[in-house]
Design a protein around this ligand. Structure first.
Ligand code: F0G
Length: 448
């Protein structure tokens, strides 16, 4: 799809920011010049997807489009039971409704915010067991999304298997900077789970990007195809949730897929209750067609090389032009700017990364998102603000949308803000803190 974009004047952008309460989710898309808010549902549809969508079968039960999707999922991932969902968080809702009992733990690697909220909604608790390097923006490690396996063992020893509902590995790890998990680590985690008799799940939104990093960064994997690596990764799990708006390159959609037929039976009731009948869940026939095609297109290695190459290219131009502090090595779907190092004069509890998001929009109409103290929210038990290890501004790259010229412009905008960082020493505070997930609707003011 080709879409027109328009750069508002500085005065108009100032007015938009004011109206939005310095929260970029509250801007209209037409007010944005380059939209790097998310890579979710923002990829361009291919001609293959468009034509498949024309053949969408909207039958309520047993639609042809569902069977095509089911067949594709079985072939690509090797798991049997497929439930279509309207997006990732719907799959999380259904899964946690069934698997999590009050006070049970779900260890993982920096759970995504909706995932964490759903686990807590089911009265469970998340344990972040990401390796230490994953909490540092500068530590060099090819797989900063890896789980700390000795700590996982300790969890089972200390609390016992019954205290753990399941283990969840997010591939790639979004909250940690789009960082991949190695196949070796996945194998180790799977072995520990098997020993403990606890199910292992993936949050598989960016599964293909993770497989690409395994191919290009992990010793001994270079000669294998991404499709083979995906098969290997998924042979280790009992099931997965997926937001299909990312690597499946669909505007909408999600999946909940499991190996065990007994668990599948238990998941049917909440699927029907929260989503829809089991052969469409939350999706239309045409979206299931788009998703089925997207799942194959994303395995194209020329596409993946270009995609991951684009992210690296943006990072490269940012660092070269503006000496901008970023999370390194660069991950899959986004470049993450380090808010604390970008604005060293702004105290950590005054949302430096959110301030950076605001300034990038003010400077050049570029929309990004904060992945830091605002997103982290409050401790569900104490109500205290959580202090994440990193306070980041994410420049997410929509799939098959922007090109080098757009990135040159973004880099220029970032460099401009970086140049006037000395004058930006005042942080932000809430003028309204939205309850629960506060990221989307809270408003801020500059501390004077
Ligand atoms: N898991 C991960 C790792 C995600 O990144 C997301 C969404 C979800 C689950 C939830 O999926 O949006 O389809 O309900 N991430 C988007 C983002 C919103 O911008 O990173 P959803």
């Amino acid at each position: 799809m080709i879409e027109p974009i328009r750069l508002l004047s500085r005065a108009e952008r100032e007015a938009c920011l004011e109206r939005a309460g310095l929260n970029l989710f509250r801007l209209d898309a037409e007010e944005v010049y380059i939209d790097l808010l998310t890579d979710s549902g923002t990829g361009a549809i291919s001609s293959g997807q468009q034509s498949a969508m024309m053949a969408g079968d909207e039958s309520y039960a047993g639609a042809r489009s569902f069977r095509r999707l089911e067949h594709t999922v079985r072939e690509v991932f090797g798991l049997e039971h497929v439930l279509p969902m309207h997006q990732g968080r719907a799959a999380e809702r259904v899964l946690n409704f069934v698997l999590v009992k009050p006070h049970q733990l779900v260890p993982g690697n920096a759970h995504f915010d909706t995932t964490k909220a759903h686990i807590e909604y089911a009265r469970g608790r998340c344990l972040d067991l990401t390796i230490a390097e994953g909490h540092s923006p500068t530590a060099r490690h090819p797989f900063k999304g890896n789980l700390d396996v000795p700590r996982l063992r300790t969890v089972f020893e200390e609390y016992g298997s019954a205290a753990v509902a399941y283990v969840l590995v997010t591939v790639t790890c979004n909250s940690g900077g789009g960082q991949p998990v190695s196949l070796a680590n996945l194998r180790e985690v799977a072995a520990v789970c098997r020993e403990a008799g606890v199910p292992l799940f993936y949050d598989a939104a960016r599964f293909a990007e993770n497989a690409w990093f395994i191919k290009t960064r992990e010793p001994g994997q270079a000669d294998r195809s991404v499709a083979e690596i995906v098969q290997d990764m998924f042979s280790l799990v009992d099931g997965f949730t997926m937001s299909s708006k990312k690597d499946a390159i669909s505007p909408m959609g999600g999946l909940l897929v499991v190996r065990d037929s007994g668990l599948f039976e238990r998941l049917k009731m909440p699927t029907i209750l929260f989503e829809g009948y089991v052969t469409y869940g939350g999706m239309s026939g045409l979206m299931m067609e788009s998703l089925a095609v997207g799942l194959r297109e994303v395995l194209d290695e020329a596409y993946l090389a270009h995609r991951i190459g684009q992210v690296a290219e943006l990072a490269d131009v940012l660092v070269r032009r503006g000496k901008v502090p970023i999370v390194e090595p660069v991950g899959g779907h986004a470049v993450f700017l380090d808010g604390r190092r970008f604005f060293p004069a702004v105290p950590e509890d005054q949302f430096p990364a959110q301030l950076l998001c605001v300034e990038l929009y003010r400077e050049g109409g570029v929309r990004t998102v904060e992945v830091g103290a605002n997103l982290a929210g409050r401790d569900p038990d104490t109500g205290e603000n959580l202090r994440p290890a990193m306070d980041l501004c994410r420049l997410a790259i929509p799939r098959r949308v922007y090109n080098r010229e757009h990135f040159e412009y973004v880099a220029e905008v970032v460099a401009e803000v970086r140049e006037r960082r000395a004058s930006l020493d005042r942080g932000l505070r809430f003028s309204y803190e939205a309850p629960g997930i506060r990221h989307f609707d809270s408003r801020f003011e500059v501390i004077i």
